[in-house]
Write a protein that binds this ligand. Structure first.
Ligand SMILES: Cc1cc2nc3c(=O)[nH]c(=O)nc-3n(C[C@H](O)[C@H](O)[C@H](O)COP(=O)(O)OP(=O)(O)OC[C@H]3O[C@@H](n4cnc5c(N)ncnc54)[C@H](O)[C@@H]3O)c2cc1C
Length: 399
């Protein structure tokens, strides 16, 4: 019988198992997950689950019985330690093995650690237990120090504030999310957090974590009961690299998500995939990518023609701001931002343009616009910026 193996029990791994069965694969299917839990979704860990608004049961991708019903051999609580490509075998912690005809790497990513004195005291946020540990540090009168004003840091800051904690955010850049959003829109997030009582310290770094909080580069001591660090992630590529696959900021795969070994594929946070529309490799660290890439990987594993061409998409919820972002812009890769709506009221769509063409769009507290935004980006058309900025002009009339 044919054997397919998936390494990584996160969203991408679970969706790959689902897609293989949906697409008619009826051979042996092994899903190897290092964590003790069956696959779960991470976005709630910094939002509703962290805020105590949803329960543990809500985070899982499939109910427990799903795996048996779909004949998926779920092997949890032990990592895959090595891939022997000549023998086509995955070696597991504890001595087990899993032979494969096709293999999918869905090993995700891990938080970057802060290499400073006292760094062992920091809390990080990737797993269910991390979210629970951070939640336990919340509460009226508690003081939280957040290092890093990226998506994770800002979402944790919002959840902590809403739980009544005093929150300070330390960020080396001058604004939150500066590299992702650019100056024009990064200010929206700074204003949002200030308006909700978050103490923002930009242009500085944490030098040390102490039992009482943290010390900034200039010697300022910040008192805190807990320190949460969210300074980015690195893809879990060591298995692939040790097996001799091409790795560069993730496992390098083509548009069919096939690696430099024709029998090994990668999807989700760990995949640095050739993107047909963008015309280059891109590694996307977001939920929609882990949700949608696996169907393409599954088709390719089954020998079918498939290419992953979805535009990068992500979302966040912080305080009363909900937003979706579509497209991709390199830092400094745009020459104009067009705002359609009222940025001060946090109800608008922002567009990033280069040479009159839309590269990305972000809708903030404005809904049901992702399809027209997608169409505008994909059209590659030169857009009249004045009409784009005018909410009275329908988006679908602009191309
Ligand atoms: C707190 C948090 C909030 C987020 N919020 C958002 C959001 O609002 N919007 C958004 O778009 N994205 C969000 N994301 C990002 C999104 O969750 C990720 O892009 C997604 O989880 C990636 O899924 P994945 O399956 O590729 O990897 P992961 O979720 O990292 O799963 C990989 C799994 O593989 C396991 N593994 C690794 N190595 C091995 C091995 N050798 N053997 C066996 N198992 C292994 C890991 O332990 C892990 O369980 C958030 C992420 C976090 C952490």
């Amino acid at each position: 019988m044919t054997a397919f193996v998936i390494i990584g029990g996160g969203l991408a791994g679970a969706k790959a198992a689902e897609a293989l069965r949906d697409q008619g694969y009826d051979g042996e299917l092994v899903l190897i997950g290092e964590e003790e839990h069956r696959p779960y979704e991470r976005p709630p860990l910094s939002k509703d689950y962290l805020a105590g608004k949803s329960s543990r049961d809500d985070v899982f991708v499939h109910p427990p019985q799903w795996y048996g019903e779909h004949n998926v051999d779920l092997r949890l609580g032990g990592a895959a330690e090595a891939i022997d490509r000549s023998a086509r075998v995955v070696r597991l912690a504890g001595g087990g093995t899993a032979g494969y005809d096709k293999l999918l790497l869905a090993t995700g990513s891990s938080p970057r650690r802060l290499p400073i004195p006292g760094g062992h005291r920091a809390l990080y946020l990737r797993r269910l237990e991390d979210s629970e540990a951070i939640k336990a540090s919340f509460g009226p009168g508690r003081r939280l120090l957040v290092v890093g004003a990226g998506w994770i840091g800002l979402e944790v800051a919002a959840a902590a504030r809403q739980a009544g904690a005093e929150v300070t955010v330390v960020e080396v850049a001058e604004l939150p999310l500066l590299r992702v959003l650019g100056r024009e829109i990064a200010t929206v997030f700074a204003d949002l957090h200030r308006a909700n009582g978050v103490d923002l310290r930009f242009g500085t770094q944490l030098r040390e974590i102490t039992p009482d909080g943290g010390i900034l580069a200039d010697g300022t001591a910040l008192a805190a009961d807990a320190v949460v660090v969210g300074v980015g992630i690195t893809p879990n590529t060591s298995l692939a690299a040790d097996a001799g696959l091409d790795v560069d900021n993730g496992v390098l795969v083509n548009a069919s998500l096939r690696s430099s070994d024709p029998d090994i594929f990668a999807a989700g946070d760990v995949a640095n995939a050739m993107h047909p529309f963008l015309g280059r490799h891109i590694r996307v660290e977001h939920w929609a990518n882990a949700l949608n890439q696996p169907a393409v990987a599954a088709a390719a594993m089954l020998g079918r023609d498939a290419a992953y061409d979805e535009l990068p998409y992500f979302y966040t919820d912080q305080f009363d701001l909900g937003m979706e972002y579509l497209g991709h812009v390199e830092p400094d890769g745009y020459d104009r931002v067009v705002i359609r709506g009222d940025a001060a009221a946090r109800e608008f769509i922002a567009f990033w343009l280069r040479d009159g063409r839309i590269l990305a769009g972000m809708n903030v507290n404005v809904w049901d616009v992702t399809e027209p935004i997608k169409a505008l980006i994909r059209s590659g058309a030169t857009i009249d910026a004045d009409r784009l900025a005018d909410p009275a002009t329908p988006l679908d009339s602009l191309t």
